[in-house]
Write a protein of this length. Structure first.
Length: 514
């Protein structure tokens, strides 16, 4: 038995060796070797070709970005910090809303914080034909015993001082700046090379709070409270709208447009009421004149380009050196599809040119959306937006295989023509500045002037031209109970204040003032 054992093992080992050699000859031969050499050579050539052509694209995009924006340093472009003693948002009442949760910073504004408990909000009646709005005092007063008082007086007394918050905010109106904390430039500096590691404060419940402040303003004006009308109008403009402009990311620009729009509606209503003195009108003009909404939008979009470009370079360098971005891209999540994992692998180990091409595509496309410099560049925004949408749609159709622009296309926002929205808000801003001058004229002379020339001296400190016509003021004409201001709009054609053709802004005085 024992002597036969070696004899059975030796042939088996021999057959295994022969099988291995046969498989090696089958797989590895000259043809296979040449095939591998050719594939590796072609792959090397592709990497070199991709790296060179994409490097040229990136260089051109960088040059264009610097020429258009003026810098490639997002830190230098960011808004600098504001000393607490000069910052409206450093008031104790605002500081109590600031909460830090690890790396998250949030301003948490309690709902109805400016309204007394149990207060029933009135309806705001929107007049679509003349773009004005009014409080529905009649419906609010139904079923109430007003004891002979006007609804506006009763509502004004019920609202009070906003649970004691309005006087606290009014105490800081002399501070020259209103900026969210922490300051953008300080955050960029502390974040280091990655702009997206910078903390951006989250501010919630803005629209509801703006409407509540606007209600205070409307009611104070209707009740004839001059002091509260003046201070609340300034608080309404400074608390969120002005502060939003201190963060030059796109989110700051969007909040600025939305918050200013809500403020302007309430101020337009308040200006139709008998609650203003010359000091209040001048203070309102000065605050309105501090901001150009088109410039805010341009800076927001410019910052998006700068930070996106910088973050792309950071990811590229990290992947080349096996840095943190590599680990993050290779991190496997349970819900990742095979395609997602393959994309991440390709982005890490593919040509450096893929990174360059994606960065260049992002920057070039965003620069196309930003458009040229100039006061009237916003008027072509719709056309630029259509070109951008078409280009993005074309790239999306090829996302499955086009790694050169896959990441760049996916990171582009679908934001439409924001410059048009900014121009409309700017037009309303300038109408309010003019309205203050016209109201001052009415207070002094008993009626509005026939021509805007009568208030030119009052308007000299301010830029009040039609956004569509830099060398002309908005159109103006008297109407029963008020007046109409209009802009030529995106087509730059003055249609004499025609509805649906020009941008319109109306003032209709309270019946007591007519």
């Amino acid at each position: 038995m024992n002597s036969s054992t070696p004899g059975t093992k030796a042939p088996s080992r021999l057959y295994s060796v022969l099988m291995a050699r046969w498989l090696a000859r089958l797989v590895w031969n000259r043809r296979t070797g040449w095939t591998l050499v050719c594939l590796i050579s072609l792959l090397t050539l592709y990497y070199q070709w991709e790296n060179r052509r994409s490097a040229r694209e990136l260089k051109a995009a960088h040059q264009r970005m610097v020429e258009r924006i003026g810098t490639d340093d997002w830190i230098a472009f960011a808004t600098p910090g504001v000393p607490d003693e000069q910052n409206f948002f450093s008031l104790p009442v605002a500081e109590q809303w600031l909460h830090r949760d690890g790396k998250r910073i949030r301003y948490i504004i309690p709902k109805n914080v400016f309204l007394p408990p149990g207060f029933v909000k009135p309806e705001i009646i929107e007049n679509g034909s003349d773009k004005t709005s009014r409080i529905d005092f009649s419906t609010w007063a139904e079923g109430r015993d007003l004891k002979g008082e006007k609804p506006a007086i009763v509502m004004h007394r019920e609202l009070g001082d906003g649970n004691g918050l309005l006087p606290q905010l009014a105490a800081g109106l002399s501070r020259p700046f209103s900026a969210w904390k922490p300051a953008q430039r300080e955050e960029f500096a502390s974040a280091g090379a990655n702009p997206y590691a910078a903390i951006q404060p989250n501010v919630g419940n803005v629209n509801d709070t703006m409407r509540d402040l606007g209600l205070h303003l409307r009611v104070a004006a209707a009740a004839g409270d001059v002091e509260k009308t003046r201070s609340t109008a300034l608080i309404l403009l400074r608390l969120f709208p002005e502060a939003a402009t201190s963060y030059h990311w796109m989110i700051g620009s969007l909040v600025s447009i939305a918050a200013h729009g809500l403020a302007f509606e309430a101020i337009q209503d308040a200006l139709s009421q008998p609650a203003w003195d010359e000091q209040g009108l001048r203070m309102l003009q000065l605050q309105l004149g501090k901001i150009n909404d088109l410039e805010v939008m341009e800076r927001g979009m410019s910052m998006e380009i700068l930070t996106g470009f910088g973050a792309g370079i950071l990811i590229r360098e990290s992947c080349r050196k096996g840095g943190p971005a590599t680990e993050e891209l290779l991190l496997v999540n349970e819900d990742d599809t095979f395609g997602t994992r393959a994309t991440r692998l390709a982005y890490v180990y593919g040509p450096t040119g893929w990174h360059d091409a994606n960065i260049a595509f992002f920057a070039e496309t965003y620069l196309d959306m930003l458009g040229p410099k100039g006061e009237t560049a916003w008027m072509d925004g719709t056309a630029r937006g259509e070109v951008l949408k078409k280009r993005r749609d074309e790239e999306y159709r090829h996302l499955g295989w086009n790694m050169r622009r896959k990441i760049g296309a996916l990171t582009l926002p679908n934001i439409g023509n924001l410059f048009d929205a900014a121009a409309r808000v700017l037009f309303h801003r300038r109408c309010l500045i003019i309205a203050c001058a016209l109201e001052r004229h009415r207070m002094q002379h008993g009626s509005f002037p026939v021509l805007l020339d009568a208030v030119q001296d009052d308007l000299k400190p301010f830029t009040i031209n039609d956004p569509a016509r830099p060398k002309q003021m908005p159109g103006y004409r008297l109407e029963p109970g008020g007046y109409l201001l209009w802009s030529a709009g995106p087509d730059a054609e003055d249609d004499g204040g025609a509805k649906d053709k020009d941008l319109l802004w109306r003032m209709k005085l309270n019946n007591e003032l007519q």
